[in-house]
Each structure stands twice: as C-alpha cells, then as structure tokens.
Design a protein around this ligand. Sequence first.
Ligand SMILES: Cc1cc2nc3c(=O)[nH]c(=O)nc-3n(C[C@H](O)[C@H](O)[C@H](O)COP(=O)(O)OP(=O)(O)OC[C@H]3O[C@@H](n4cnc5c(N)ncnc54)[C@H](O)[C@@H]3O)c2cc1C
Length: 389
Amino acid sequence: MHEQSCDVLIVGGGPAGLSVAQALPAHVSKIVLHQDREIGKPVRTSGGTWVRDMQALQVPEHLYHVINEIEFRSDNAQSLHQLSDWKMAVLDITGLYQWIGAQAQDNGAQILCGTKFLSTQPDDKGFTSTARARSGQELRIRSSYIIDASGVQAAVMSDLGIAPKPTRVGVGIEHDYAMPDGVSDRAVLLVGSQVLTGYGWIFPAPNNTLRIGVGVIHPDTDVSPRDLMDQLITPDFLARHDLSLGPLIKSNAGIIPSVSYDPHLVHGRMIRVGDTANLATPTVGEGIRQAMDYGQILGRALGETLQTGDPKPLRRYESRARRQFKRDYHFGFMTNQRIATYQPDDWDKSVRRVSRLSEAEMAALVRSEFSPANLLRTAAKQIWHKLRS
Ligand SMILES: Cc1cc2nc3c(=O)[nH]c(=O)nc-3n(C[C@H](O)[C@H](O)[C@H](O)COP(=O)(O)OP(=O)(O)OC[C@H]3O[C@@H](n4cnc5c(N)ncnc54)[C@H](O)[C@@H]3O)c2cc1C
C-alpha cells in the first residue's frame, strides 16, 4: 500500500475537479484522483456553451467554435434565432479539459490518472481515503478536506452515505463526424417524434467536426439513446438538414443527474461541486460553465478557509450557489418534468412559442434563468399573441 498526504483530495478530473485544483492557492497541497487514463478522454459531453461565459473564464478562442444561429425543430415547426449578444459556442472538450489540467499542474496539483477513488474514512482532522491504480496498486491518502467532483457517480457522497447516486438521469450518445470542407455556424436542437422523451442536437464543433447526438431521461423512458440515434440518421434526415457527413471519427456517451437542486453543498470537510452538486441546467443539461465557475469559486474559498481556519468562505460558496440556482432550477426542473411528457404536437406549439421570443429571452430559457422579470415578460408575450390570434 502506497501512502500519501495532502491538504485537499479532489475526486474526479472533469471540469469541476480540475478547476478547484487550478484555483486553490499554490502553497496548498492537492491531489486529483481521476479514474480515466487521460484527462478529457473519453469525451462524455457535447460541449455546447456560451461565448460570454467562455470569455469570462478566459478560455482561449481556439478551444471553441462560435455559433451564430440556433434553430429549434419539431415535426411541423421551426424557429431560428440569429445570435449577437448571446452567441453560443461548441467546445473542444479534450482540449479544454487538458488546458484546465495543465493550469492545475502548474499550480502544483498532482493529477493521478487511471486511479479510482474507492472509499474514505472521516475523523476529527479530515479523511483517510483509499484508491486503486490501473496497475492494481492501492493507495492510502490522508487529507484535511475532500472534494466530490466525480460527476454523476457522486463517489464520495455515496461512500459516506450522505446521498445515494442519482436515480433519475439524462443519458446521451453522440457521433462525431469529420467534415473536411468545414462546418457551418448554425446549431440545431431537435424535438418531437424523432426524439420523443428527450431531445437531439446537431452541433458544428472545432477542428471541422460535426456532432450529432440524442439524450433521454431514464427511468422516465426506457428507450435506449443508441437505438434512437440509429433511427435518427437516415437519408431523409440528412436531406432535411442539408448535411453530407464525412467519416465517423468517434462516438461519445455520457450520463448526467436529472434531479431537483439540493443547495446543501458543504458537509463539514466534504464539499461537492459540478454535476455531483447538480449544477447543470435542468432544462437542457448544460453544466460545463457552472462546473468551471463554481470549481474556481470553491478553490478560492477553500484556500481562504485553510489559511485562516475560518469556515465562513465555504458557507459563502454554498450560499452564492443557492442564490444563483435555487429559484431558477426549481422552475427549470418543473419544465424538465413537464417536457418529458410532451407529445409531438406539444413540441410544435412549444417551438412556435420559442420563435416569438427575443434572442435574450430564448437564451434565458435555454440557460434556465427564470427571473421574475423574464417570466413576466415571456408570459405577457404569449398572452398578447393569444389575444391577437
Ligand atoms: C450526453 C451529454 C451531453 C451534454 N452536453 C452538454 C453541453 O452541450 N454543454 C454543457 O455545458 N454540458 C453538457 N453536459 C453536461 C456536462 O457534461 C457536465 O455538466 C459536466 O461534465 C460536469 O462536470 P464535472 O466535472 O462535474 O463532472 P464530469 O465531467 O462527469 O467529471 C467527473 C469525472 O470524475 C471521474 N470519476 C468518477 N468517479 C470516479 C472515481 N470513483 N474515482 C476517480 N474518478 C472518478 C469520471 O471519470 C469523470 O471524468 C452533457 C452531459 C451529457 C451526459
């Protein structure tokens, strides 16, 4: 058994865990346990996000492809928004995660790839955790704090018996195609009979690739996203979207929690972040920007707490997340549960409603930002439309 110790043990080398390691002060010793062989591989997400957020997080431009148009398509309705203030982006996931990982390493983090967290034992001063490397070697790591950034696995939370792994989850699969002649700047979100009980997407991505994917919610449906995908990409589908696909490069699959937001993030010296903290939007399951943002906020807060011994910065981390997400995700989750039961004609109506929204209102809906002003404006618009028609 190999023994190590550190101030902070971070379980999970996704965007949340790596961002914590990037933002903790350099003098704080930190180890990231990551079960995959490499950071950012395999890809388990489609990487749709927003240019504003990537700029705020100082992500280099070469790591995303800018989207200037977003289209929503159902069986009999279509909505197209030109984007100016709310440009979207599709990320080079491997490139982005490795970029955050490199910064975390420059900041002194030890990243142990191919090493799976197994269990932890708390005591007054912290935790003694065990992990296993792919070689079979066992590690025992002593740490003052432990961060659960293991995504849907909630590996630490479930081991400590704080919360079980989420049972309602979004399950997605996508294919990446090479497009040597280049890709457009239009993203498409697909709803209706082709992807009933979920939604699909066509995302032009960096490095001349096109990502086509579908996601569904289990156990609301037992449909397999792989079967849906096989049925989706037909000659008729390609003709409708004016697509001529190059060779398939790879297929990605991933799982995301789809449960209501629980604002309790700090459990003594165990803190959760990213998907383990359910920070992804309940409407479309977009969580990379929140994982990075709150990973950094947590890294800075924990740095202060370690320096002063005062737990208040960690409380501020928790209350900031509560202020930002609680109300929005409450409405977002209600929307999520409602649209999971939609039939094709409900989707047609919904896409027509989206077509009447301004760019900012559409962005707020996709981002699960349901401020009272947003809700009132959108409701007034729908009522006005009904009265006129
Ligand atoms: C199909 C799909 C499509 C998505 N599309 C988008 C999108 O377009 N835009 C967007 O913003 N978000 C999207 N998301 C959500 C986004 O991927 C997540 O919100 C984001 O990855 C959360 O980051 P994280 O670091 O919290 O978790 P993760 O990215 O899941 O990282 C956690 C890491 O921990 C590792 N791990 C787990 N257990 C252990 C263990 N026991 N020991 C060691 N390591 C462990 C895992 O291997 C994993 O790499 C999508 C998700 C899915 C499933």
